[in-house]
Design a protein around this ligand. Structure first.
Ligand SMILES: [Zn+2]
Length: 458
C-alpha cells in the first residue's frame, strides 16, 4: 500500500532531480571555459553572494555595513562555525529554516532525508571540528552539490551519459549529506545507500543487487570493497568510484584500478558549503569548483598560500544567490595544498592535492576495528552535544562532551546508545564513560582530534 507520504517523498525527490537536470548541461560545459571567462564568472558570483547575504541576513548586513558593493574578498571579515551556530536564525535566508524548525524536522525523520516543506533538505554534520552543525539547503543549492561532483564524471568516464544508479556506502543516517545526496538523486524506488556499519558481506550483497554505475563511498571502505572484488565476491562494474569524507588510505588508487579498472574520483566536500573540489579521473588531485564557490587556502595568519604550500585553513564563499545559509569567507580547519601544473584533462580550473586535515581514525582494539561513523552517528543524533572527543581505552571509550547551551544532553542515553552501537559493531561489553566538559582539549594547532587512539606501548 502506497501512502500519500510516500507519494509526496517521490514528488519532492523529483523536484530536486529536475533542478539538477535543468542545470547539468551548463555546469558540465563550464569546466572548459577559458580563464578569462572564469574570472568574469567569479567576480559576478562573488558580488552576487555579497549582495544576497546582505539582503537576506541581518547578521551579514550588520557586519558588511561599512563595505562597498565592490569590496574585494580580502577586505571582508571571515566567519567561523561559532559565528554560524551562535547567529543561525539571523543568518538563515528563510524563517522556515530557523534552527528550531530544522531541529524539529530532523527529529521527525528516520529513514529518509529531512525536508522542510518541499523546498529544503536539512543535513547535519560533526564536521572537521567535531562540533555538530545543522545545515539547510535549497533545491538549487543541493542540486549544485550533486552536480559539482557528477559533472566531472559526466565530462570524463560517463561520457555525457547521466548515471542511472547512484549508490553510496557511508553514513547510515539520511541526515548526513553523503547519504542524503544519494537518496535524493539516486534511482527511484531502489536501494540508494548502504550504511558502513553493516557487515561487509551485507554491503557486498547489496551492491551486487544494485550494480551501481556511480559509487560514492567512505574512503576507508575502498580497499575493503576492492579486496572483495578481487576475491570474486563483489561483482560490480562501476564507471565512477568517488571516495568521500576521509583521507585516501595508502594504496587506495591502485586497489581501485585493479578491482574495477577505474581511477578514483576524489572529492572534497563539506556539509555547510558543498563540494569545494572534485577529481576528474585524468590525474591525481582535484579541480576546485571555482565557478561555483570562492576557495581561499590561507596560512594561520590568514595570508594566501602559494602552490606547493600547505594551508592552515580554507575560506569558502559559495557563489550567487539561492543558498539557505549564506556563507561569506567561512573558515574550515582543513589543510590543502594548491597545485600549479595544468591538468591533462584540459580544464583550466586550478587544482588541490589531496586533503589531509579531515582524518577520522579507525577505532582499534587488538583484532577489533570499528569505523568512526559508528560513534559519529550516535553523537550527531543528540542536539545537546556541541562538541566531543572520544578516547579509545583498553576496555572501551572515554567520551568528553561539551553540552550545547540550548538543548538538554542526556548522558545516560548517550551511554546506552554508544554501548549498544559499539557492541553491535563487534566490541564485546565495552565500558563507556561520558564526561561533561566546558571545552574539549585541542592540539597546539588549535585542532580538535575527535578520535584519540589507544596509546601504544613503545
Ligand atoms: Zn583534470
Amino acid at each position: 500500500v502506497r501512502t500519500s507520504a510516500t507519494d509526496n517523498y517521490e514528488a519532492i525527490r523529483q523536484g530536486f532531480q529536475a533542478e539538477a537536470m535543468a542545470h547539468a548541461g551548463a555546469v558540465v560545459a563550464a569546466c572548459d571555459q577559458t580563464r578569462e571567462q572564469l574570472a568574469r564568472h567569479q567576480q559576478h558570483g562573488w558580488e552576487a553572494a555579497l549582495a544576497y547575504a546582505r539582503a537576506v541576513s541581518p547578521w551579514h548586513a550588520e557586519r558588511l555595513a561599512g563595505l562597498g558593493v565592490d569590496a574585494a574578498p580580502a577586505d571582508v571579515p571571515t566567519m567561523t562555525k561559532d559565528d554560524l551556530l551562535a547567529n543561525f536564525d539571523r543568518i538563515v535566508a528563510d524563517p522556515r529554516c530557523s534552527l528550531a524548525n530544522c531541529e524539529a524536522q530532523l527529529a521527525a525523520v528516520k529513514d529518509r532525508p529531512c525536508f522542510v516543506d518541499d523546498d529544503y533538505v536539512v543535513v547535519t554534520s560533526g564536521g572537521t571540528s567535531g562540533r555538530r552543525g545543522v545545515f539547510p539547503w535549497t533545491r538549487s543549492g543541493f542540486a549544485g552539490i550533486f552536480l559539482s561532483v557528477s559533472r566531472w564524471a559526466l565530462r570524463g568516464p560517463l561520457d555525457g551519459e547521466p548515471p542511472r544508479r547512484v549508490t553510496s556506502v557511508g553514513a547510515r543516517s539520511p541526515r548526513h549529506a553523503t547519504a542524503a545526496v544519494s537518496m535524493v538523486f539516486g534511482s527511484s524506488g531502489g536501494e540508494t545507500s548502504f550504511p558502513v556499519d553493516l557487515s561487509v558481506a551485507e554491503i557486498v550483497a547489496g551492491l551486487n543487487r544494485v550494480q551501481p554505475d556511480l559509487l560514492v563511498v567512505y574512503a576507508s571502505m575502498v580497499p575493503i570493497l576492492a579486496e572483495e572484488s578481487v576475491a570474486g565476491r563483489l561483482t560490480i562494474h562501476p564507471k565512477v568510484v568517488s571516495p568521500t569524507s576521509e583521507p585516501l588510505p595508502p594504496g587506495c588508487r591502485e586497489a581501485a584500478v585493479d578491482a574495477w579498472g577505474v581511477e578514483l574520483m576524489n572529492a572534497y566536500g563539506t556539509s555547510e558549503a558543498g563540494i569545494l573540489a572534485s577529481g576528474c579521473c585524468a590525474a591525481a588531485g582535484m579541480h576546485v569548483n571555482e565557478d561555483l564557490l570562492l576557495v581561499e587556502p590561507v596560512d594561520a595568519e590568514g595570508r594566501p598560500v602559494g602552490p606547493g604550500e600547505r594551508s592552515a585553513k580554507v575560506l569558502v564563499t559559495p557563489f550567487g544567490a539561492g543558498h539557505a545559509l549564506p556563507l561569506i569567507r567561512y573558515e574550515l580547519d582543513d589543510e590543502v595544498v594548491p597545485l600549479d601544473e595544468p591538468c591533462p584533462c584540459g580544464s583550466p580550473f586550478w587544482r588541490l592535492a589531496e586533503v589531509t586535515g579531515r582524518a577520522d581514525d579507525l577505532l582499534v582494539w587488538g583484532d577489533v576495528t570499528i569505523h568512526p561513523h559508528v560513534v559519529r552517528s550516535v553523537m550527531s543524533a543528540h542536539a545537546g552535544v556541541l562538541e566531543y572527543q572520544v578516547r579509545v581505552m583498553p576496555d572501551g571509550v572515554d567520551v568528553d562532551v561539551r553540552p550545547s547551551g540550548r538543548h538538554h544532553v542526556d548522558p545516560y542515553a548517550l551511554h546506552f546508545e554508544l554501548r549498544a552501537a559499539l557492541t553491535q559493531a563487534g566490541l564485546p561489553d565495552p565500558r563507556v564513560d561520558i564526561h561533561r566538559v566546558a571545552a574539549v582539549a585541542r592540539t597546539d594547532m588549535g585542532k580538535l582530534r575527535r578520535f584519540v587512539p589507544l596509546a601504544r606501548a613503545s
